[in-house]
Design a protein around this ligand. Sequence first.
Ligand SMILES: Nc1ncnc2c1ncn2[C@@H]1O[C@H](COP(=O)(O)OP(=O)(O)OP(=O)(O)O)[C@@H](O)[C@H]1O
Length: 197
Amino acid sequence: MAQGLACRRGGRDVFAGVGFEVRSGEILELRGPNGVGKSSLLRLVAGLVDRTAGDIALQGGDEELTLPEQAHYVGHLDAIKPPLTVLENLRFWGEMLGEGSVEPRAALEAVGLSALAQFPAYTLSAGQRRRLSLARLLCAKRPVWLLDEPTTALDRASRETLYGLVRAHAADGGLTLVATHDDLPLQARRLEMRRAA
Ligand SMILES: Nc1ncnc2c1ncn2[C@@H]1O[C@H](COP(=O)(O)OP(=O)(O)OP(=O)(O)O)[C@@H](O)[C@H]1O
């Protein structure tokens, strides 16, 4: 899927020569110390950061679409619109991201937010915001999930929900790249990232 990737941010080389392959139904964990470039790599795959070298492609994907158009990215900054209700946020994403695979209400149910559907999003706690961000994964079916420390702020039950979503995505043939410092109970391969020399 990717080879020889290099990334430069803020005038500094973050990583170089990074390659990996993720097949249908696989999960790849990005590991490594703070600042090594895990988030940058996810953002690069999502098309949010430019690469300075290397190639990346989604084999077997939709040739009419770019890789970022076939990927969901859930990062540290969420795209939640505070004045809209929880349900309106999901409807907005569903319309923006295209044909939904799961109805917004069902997506809320899946992440345990049904009771808060009519609340403005600004009233959500940190963990509830994270759950709403994760519900976005279900709004439109995309083969590639890019998750940056997705367990942040989640309680134990919500983590289990997250693992269930990722396992179901994998069982459905989807690919997941997840940056994490946690030992996730997922059948995943690891990419250990090391500081550029
Ligand atoms: N917006 C930015 N502008 C300039 N440099 C950045 C920016 N974001 C990150 N960097 C730099 O890129 C490098 C890699 O950061 P990145 O966030 O990708 O690391 P990480 O492995 O995800 O770290 P962590 O485990 O702390 O989340 C760091 O040196 C960081 O300072």
